[in-house]
Write a protein that binds this ligand. Sequence first.
Ligand SMILES: [Fe+2]
Ligand SMILES: [Fe+2]
Length: 219
Amino acid sequence: MLTLDDIKRSPAIKTYVQSADRVMQAMKFTEHGFAHAGIASHVAAHILSALDYDDRTCELASIAGYMHDIGNNINRYDHAQSGASMAFTLLSQMGMDPDETAMIVTAIGHHDEGSGGPVHPISAALIIADKSDVRRSRVRDKADINIDIHDRVNYAVTDSELEVFPAEKIIRLGLTIDTRICPVMEYFEIFLSRMLMCRKAAEYLGCRFTLDINGTKLL
Ligand SMILES: [Fe+2]
Ligand SMILES: [Fe+2]
């Protein structure tokens, strides 16, 4: 059975994660490389593990999280679908079982808010893990915070934490935003559709999604 370690050791996958991030850098997007892949991988598995899914399902979520943005190699537009096609080829070549490959390509193919939505638990966990990765270290050049709202909002987030409360059936994203850098409204300007997608994903997992910013519950 393919593990997350096998995926991380694959020279081809390493290359595609790296080169996809170079494309994002050239297009002035925030960091989409190993750090984002690692966080999405870890958080997706954590969500399912906290909700008592079996170990293999959690590991498949971590693999989907690690590979979810490789489609940016081809183009940002439709990167979820192109990434799913790339993952299909890579995982098939590595000998993954078709049932498991299907779960992963479906999760990757449905992670973007433009065209996706939660279709199974791994897909739901990936959506929440991906959309909640907002942090200062995703900004490549501090100078860009004056001209780009995505850089400004990410830079303003000084702390973020995703917590799962299985007994209460709550998935909570807590953010600390430095409002001297950007008003909370700017966060919603770019993240509202992503937060609504998180809400749907949490509901798919039988939970409620809550968003706290600077100690105030907003969703
Ligand atoms: Fe993406
Ligand atoms: Fe992503």
